[in-house]
Design a protein. Structure first.
Length: 352
């Protein structure tokens, strides 16, 4: 890739409070961009992080023709920069693009653009077991046309923000049976803005009631659980790890896929199947549900300590050091930082 690089003259890295990174409070100095027009991607460039200039008639502003991804870079004990499974994010990005009538990004452009951006902003990949650099690829329509049709022109860009620990303690969730995140035939499997915008209102209501997130149920009958907030959902029932199946209403999470593969390697009994709300409640009541957790890029694994349903709360057992969620989290961290299971080839090392 022939990339034009314009470096920032004033780095903001001295402003970072490493003891309080939060999640994307601090964006790195540069961003990657390229343009799609006349049927191809071109004008590859890295430039200082700055605001964008868009037409008020931009298709994305009116009709939400935009997609994104999320992945992370880590710094190992030797100072090397490692990216976790970027090819899976590239694959999912293109599935989202196809659903939203947007041009796909060749995998080599997707991954190489991340690699070249991190070469420029390598100092922004923090040290520490809880810390990472969150990478956000985005694609959006540019046409200055207020008409409902797929646009002809697009921008693909990547920005990065530092990330510390996401949840400081196990979370409270509520099973949502009124509002719907996704329906069959919709765009629930794609990472497009509309998915997340529709979830904001019910999530805010739940937070006012003391819950951190929601457990989403199917949009037709609200009989089966699907996701938890922006994460995939796992239960430990009678020492078996259970997670709902994929479909056009469930996001194909990279962390989810990694957990399933890793569980098989660790001889953890794992089952992918439908999980009904009634099963969740009955196993909470009889004590056969030992753990529940969400899985996603931001938090990796977020243990659930309480599940609310129909104005009643059900507590889960306290997570122990030898719990399945802790075992998986520790193993995933060892893999992400290059300490274990290198034969999986889940890491891409950035050569500086």
């Amino acid at each position: 890739m022939d990339i034009n690089i314009t470096k920032s003259q004033n780095s903001k890295i001295s402003e970072v409070d490493y003891e309080n990174l939060g999640f994307c409070k601090y964006y790195s100095d540069h961003m990657f961009l390229c343009d799609y027009n006349n049927g191809s991607w071109k004008n590859f460039r890295i430039k200082p992080f700055e605001d964008l200039s868009l037409s008020p008639a931009c298709t994305t502003l009116h009709y939400g023709q935009t997609i994104f991804e999320g992945l992370k870079a880590y710094r190992d004990n030797d100072g090397k920069i490692l990216i976790f499974r970027p090819e899976k994010n590239s694959e999912r990005f293109n599935k989202s693009a196809e659903r939203m009538c947007m041009p796909t990004i060749p995998e080599n452009i997707f991954i190489n653009s991340i690699e070249e951006l991190l070469k420029v902003d390598h100092n922004w990949v923090p040290e520490g077991e809880e810390n990472s650099l969150y990478i956000r690829p985005i694609s959006f329509a540019l046409d200055p046309y207020i008409g409902i049709r797929p646009a002809d022109n697009y921008t693909f860009m990547i920005i990065c923000g530092m990330a510390g620990g996401y949840y400081s303690e196990p979370v409270n969730v509520k099973i949502e049976t009124k509002y719907t995140r996704a329906v069959t035939g919709g765009v629930g499997f794609s990472k497009t803005a509309a998915n997340y915008a529709a979830a904001l209102y019910p999530a805010v209501i739940a937070q006012k009631d003391g819950y951190h997130q929601l457990i989403w149920t199917d949009g037709k009958s609200h009989e089966f659980v699907e996701e938890s907030g922006t994460m995939n959902l796992f239960f430990v029932i009678e020492n078996k790890l259970v997670t709902p199946p994929l479909g056009d209403t469930v996001l194909d999470g990279v962390t989810r896929d990694s957990i399933i593969q890793l569980s098989k390697l660790l001889k953890i009994d794992v089952e992918v199947r439908k999980v009904s709300v009634s099963e969740v409640i009955s196993t909470l009541q009889n004590g056969s549900m030992k753990e529940a957790f969400g899985a996603g890029t931001a938090a990796t694994i977020a243990p659930i300590k309480l599940i609310g349903y129909k104005n009643k709360n059900y507590n889960l057992p306290q997570i122990t050091e030898n719990s399945i969620s802790n075992t998986l989290l520790n193993k995933l961290n060892d893999i992400k930082f290059g300490r274990d299971m290198k034969e999986l080839n889940w890491l891409k090392t950035i050569s500086l």
